[in-house]
Design a protein around this ligand. Structure first.
Ligand code: BGC
Length: 764
């Protein structure tokens, strides 16, 4: 008996010690959870669309001005105890004061009428600036930022965006996109940092730092919680269309798709959103292995796992892995989902999940695990004490200081792809015709997720900024620059088509001009509305280009697009080609400064620009993509047909690389390789150059990629100057993932290259 009492005493002592080891945050949350009913817990796991609780005809559309409907809000937030709200109403940006009023109301209803006074967490898509806030600073989209090859631009964007999102009373941002943008057909390539895993990692980590602050203290009222998305493999579909099946071997997933998430998790990312598609036949929202074994256990992710839009529903409705809605809920929650972006039929999700727990199909332990993570996030954001941030405290919202950072990012990204006879920069004050559907609007400069989901409202909200036409007028004189569209976009529901409006006028004006600045590309789109059946640039745009070329006047082609549309037919007719991607509200100014020579271009492609529709491979292809056989019975030549290669971009300066050196020839696994190269600016103009270090594994147990980017540095090299650039590359960064799904460096020979210089080394 004595022994039992003694052991009991020891046990109690251990428990009380453990308890006192809990941090204040952990104690607060444990205490809260211990008081919560099942219904209160399930409410925390539910996220609804704002329209569900806003005034208006129904839960899909709302009346303006935006206002919370008391009855609807009480039902959702109090009766059903819903813990999270997202999005805006009618897909439209709102003023900070409107956000403040409405989110204050949401918190009031939730905190005053629920016995435990748990605040709502509001989430939004603010992916290149605070998308849904009128007056916010719109930066270039991620693909453009990647083209700057300067991760500092990603940091600046995220920091400003965090500030302006908090100025809109919103603490949680569904960004950054860490998907590998490897397919030019995919309608969301512009939301990525491009096709290279290292670029995605480096820029992704800067975004986390910018959003969450350098110490990840998101209680700071200038920081937001980041949401990495879309875990994982979202863009690697067979068809190139949104949310269609992908087939990805485990080792490829690990090496190319998961690493960027791992780096962002290590950087402290608080939340993650799941890929809305399916991999190897399994919807990712139902994939226990990916969510638990990989994300939770292998990557040690402790934050909140959120679904994408209606994705639990889709396990039944679309993907047919669940026989009923209720089974869909069971599969997803048991696979590791913490919060469901329902976002409309919340009553059904709520009732299903409560019943599943009552029936023992979902354990209370799983529910507590999810709720603990959600409440931890709310606590860390300081929402219990400060549920709403007030726009009046954010005097830098939409400020000049923020605008300058957005301009800087645009001017460092714009990529000069062709410059015959150094036609650019344009000299003097020539007569310029601006033509093409992208020449005189703010919409196409910004892309989707700008003031609305598909970006169609941009010209209404961003009228004060300069289009390409207006930017050129500012630098070259109003009377010297004319605009004739030639062809333009025409709405057709969520999709768009093109119409020919005045090609003849454009040709006539061209004859009276010295230069034609032809602005072609795409209208705005994202997700399903951006799916594509033909990667070629629209035939009317090609027609316009050819007609203008017949005038014999030099054409500067401006590409304003979210993905590389094919232009091989017209490219030989162009004197210069400049890719502005989706440069945001300052893209018109930045381009104009580049064309006039105020800014020396320094962007480089973050993707391979294909030449043909059946040659769409990233630069890290396997050797068998290129098979030459001119000796045998058959004669064939395989080629990688890019119009412009990954990493390519010209400058007004001329750079020469020389003296590539490696500190030794043989390396051990734990060594670091020191590589140096000289870069000389042969021209009379100062410029920025991005030095790119690639490696090629010569032989390996898994066929090696032709080459892989291992490091890069963007440096300023003044006119006439020579700079020595040094890289220190740990040998383990030469690793690939083998058939056992392990990162390995296999002993053998490697080629290291910078520009067209290379050196071989061996590793043992
Ligand atoms: C998109 C996500 C986005 C979510 C919320 C989804 O349709 O795939 O990227 O965060 O909607 O708006």
């Amino acid at each position: 008996m004595k022994k039992i009492i003694y052991s009991l005493f020891i046990l109690l002592f251990i428990i009380s010690c453990q308890d006192s080891n809990l941090t204040e945050k952990e104690k607060f949350i444990e205490d809260l959870i211990s008081q919560m009913t099942l219904e209160e817990k399930v409410g925390q796991m539910t996220q609804i669309n704002l329209t569900v609780i806003a005034k208006g005809p129904n839960k899909f559309s709302s009346s303006t001005p935006m206002e919370i409907d008391d009855n609807r809000a009480n039902k959702a937030l109090v009766e059903y105890k819903v813990g999270s709200v997202l999005n805006t109403i009618n897909n439209t940006a709102q003023k900070p004061s409107v956000w403040f009023k409405n989110i204050s109301k949401i918190q009031e209803i939730s905190m005053n009428n629920n016995r435990l006074k748990i605040p709502v967490i509001y989430g939004i898509d603010a992916i290149h600036g605070t998308t849904y806030t009128d007056g916010a600073t719109m930066f270039p989209q991620q693909i453009t930022t990647a083209a700057s090859w300067n991760p500092e631009n990603a940091y600046n964007m995220a920091q400003v965006c965090a500030y302006e999102t908090r100025a809109s009373s919103i603490p949680w941002n569904f960004s950054p996109v860490l998907d590998l943008g490897l397919d030019p057909r995919f309608p969301r390539q512009f939301e990525t940092f491009g096709e290279d895993p290292l670029l995605v990692e480096r820029f992704g980590v800067e975004m986390i730092k910018g959003y969450q602050g350098l110490d990840n203290d998101v209680s700071n009222k200038y920081s937001v919680a980041a949401c990495m998305k879309h875990f994982v493999g979202y863009h690697a579909t067979i068809s190139g269309k949104d949310r269609t099946p992908a087939y990805i071997p485990e080792n490829v997933l690990t090496e190319f798709h998961i690493e960027a998430f791992k780096k962002a998790i290590d950087a402290g990312a608080k939340t993650v959103m799941i890929n809305s598609g399916l991999i190897n036949g399994i919807p990712v929202h139902a994939d226990y292995n990916l969510l638990i074994n990989v994300l939770r256990k292998k990557l040690d992710f402790q934050g909140v796992i959120l679904t994408d839009w209606e994705d639990i529903r889709k396990l039944h409705d679309r993907d047919k892995v669940a026989k009923s809605q209720k089974e869909a809920v069971k599969i997803a929650i048991n696979a590791g989902i913490d919060m469901s972006m329902v976002p409309y039929e919340y009553e059904q999700f709520f009732n299903d999940l409560v019943q599943l727990v009552d029936e023992g199909e979902v354990s209370m332990h799983r529910i507590d695990d999810a709720v603990k993570r959600i409440l931890t996030l709310k606590y860390e954001l300081d929402l219990f004490k400060n549920p709403v941030t007030d726009y009046k405290d954010y005097t830098d919202f939409g400020s000049k200081k923020h605008h300058q950072l957005a301009y800087k990012a645009a001017s460092e990204s714009i990529t000069l792809l062709k410059n015959s006879d150094n036609i650019l920069p344009l000299k003097g004050k020539p007569k310029i015709l601006v033509a093409g559907p992208n020449g005189n609007n703010m919409r196409t400069l910004n892309g989707a997720w700008s003031y609305s989901w598909q970006g169609e409202l941009t010209d209404r909200f961003a009228g004060e900024f300069n289009t390409i036409f207006e930017g050129l007028q500012n630098n070259f004189g109003k009377s010297n620059v004319k605009y004739v569209s030639g062809v333009s976009y025409k709405e057709n529901g969520n999709y768009y088509d093109m119409v020919e409006d005045n090609i003849n006028n454009a040709v006539r004006e061209a004859r009276n001009s010295d230069y034609i600045v032809l602005c072609l590309g795409e209208n705005t789109y994202t997700e399903k509305p951006g799916d594509l059946n033909d990667l070629n640039l629209h035939k009317l745009q090609l027609k316009l280009a050819k007609k203008l070329a017949e005038t014999g006047k030099p054409i500067i082609l401006i590409l304003n697009l979210g993905r590389p549309r094919l232009i091989s037919d017209i490219e030989p007719l162009m004197s210069a080609v400049v890719n502005v991607y989706l440069p945001g509200n300052f893209g018109g100014d930045a381009l104009s400064d580049i064309l006039s020579g105020k800014v020396n271009p320094s962007g480089k492609l973050p993707y391979s620009y294909p030449a043909y529709p059946n040659s769409l491979i990233p630069y890290y292809y396997k050797p068998s993509e290129v098979q030459n056989n001119s000796q045998g019975a058959y004669n064939y030549v395989g080629e990688v047909n890019n119009l412009y290669n990954f990493g390519f971009g010209l400058s007004y300066s001329e750079f020469k690389y020389s003296d590539l050196k490696v500190n030794k020839e043989r390396f051990n696994m734990n060594d670091s390789i020191k590589i140096s190269v000289n870069v000389q600016n042969l021209s009379k103009i100062d410029g920025f150059e991005t030095i790119q270090l690639y490696s090629s594994d010569l032989y390996a147990s898994v066929t090696p990629d032709i080459k892989r980017l291992r490091d890069f540095k963007k440096v300023k090299v003044n006119a006439g100057e020579t700079k020595t650039i040094i890289f220190n590359l740990p040998v383990n960064e030469l690793a690939f993932v083998n058939s056992e799904n392990e990162f390995v460096v296999e002993p053998g020979r490697f080629n290291l290259s910078i520009d067209n210089l290379s050196k071989e080394i061996s590793v043992k």
